[in-house]
Design a protein around this ligand. Structure first.
Ligand code: ADP
Length: 260
């Protein structure tokens, strides 16, 4: 579903974006930003024009997840427009690029308008996919953001624990209410392969993916293993998908998610 003409009229540079995919988790710390960023680079590897917008004003992750040297600039003749940081061909924008690591103490309505202003004023040009790394939760900020934007689809990131599942239900229901289809559930930290015995272990059990898929008719679900490469390369600002060899399991797994 492309952004409707009517909505696109008032949305500044967002009007050239064909599809906005919201990556949401409802609970913090489950790996949403890691999945969002690596999904963006995996889709770009397939030859699409991709952008990523980190919509978390309180805790932006993108400045940590990509190691960039450039500064934000505006075109000389258009000071209201911001040029995104381009990393490995993907256009990136985050409040963290603007704020110089200053703590955000804004109230909800200001956060919503700040987020939208940054999103509309960024020169995305024509993108096939804009990956929206949404802030965790299902409160006013998330609802306003998802209501105001022509989001095409949602990808939910969760972990196998019941506490995460309970929040995911609220997230999918929020998207259902907003008529945004949830197209995939990515279960992160589903298992790990023991370095000694090489066996697969599920420390958090089997999770609730199949229940979610049945209940909400979601077509696609994926399992991402726990692996030290994720945190090691993420902390270095070197996205795993761009760092590990093409034939590694993780890169291939994300390729499948991106293709779907
Ligand atoms: P969220 O956006 O949900 O708050 P993050 O993407 O910031 O979560 O991830 C939280 C932490 O967990 C980060 O340090 C990240 O590197 C780490 N992490 C994410 N996924 C995995 C994984 N599958 N295995 C190991 N560490 C992971």
């Amino acid at each position: 579903v492309a952004p409707s003409e009517q909505k696109a009229k008032d949305m500044g540079h967002l009007k050239g974006v064909k599809n906005i995919v919201a990556v949401a988790s409802c609970k913090g710390g489950v790996g949403k930003s890691t999945v969002a960023v690596n999904l963006a680079f995996s889709i770009a590897k397939l030859g699409y024009k991709v952008g990523i917008f980190d919509a978390d004003i309180y805790g932006p992750s993108l400045p940590t997840l990509i190691n960039f040297k450039s500064h934000l600039e505006s075109p000389v003749d258009d000071p209201k427009t911001i040029l995104p940081i381009v990393y490995a061909g993907v256009k990136c924008m985050s409040y963290g690029f603007v704020s110089n690591n200053k703590k955000a103490v804004f109230r909800g309505p200001i956060v919503s308008s700040l987020t939208q202003q940054l999103l509309y004023n960024t020169l995305w040009e024509d993108l096939d996919y804009l990956i929206l790394d949404t802030p965790p939760g299902t409160g006013d900020i998330q609802i306003t953001l998802c209501q105001e934007l022509p989001i095409s689809s949602a990808v939910i990131v969760t972990t196998p624990q019941k506490l995460s599942f309970v929040d995911v239900l609220k997230g999918i229901e929020m998207f259902d209410d907003l008529k945004v289809p949830t197209i995939a559930v990515v279960e992160n930290m589903s298992y790990y392969i023991c370095g000694n015995c090489k066996e697969l272990h599920r420390p958090f059990g089997l999770g609730y993916k199949s229940m979610l898929m049945k209940q909400f008719g979601i077509q696609n679900s994926y399992e991402i293993p726990m692996h030290s490469d994720w945190s090691k390369y993420s902390d270095m600002g070197s996205p795993v998908i761009l760092t590990l060899p093409e034939q590694s399991d993780i890169v291939q797994q994300f390729r499948i998610i991106a293709e779907d």
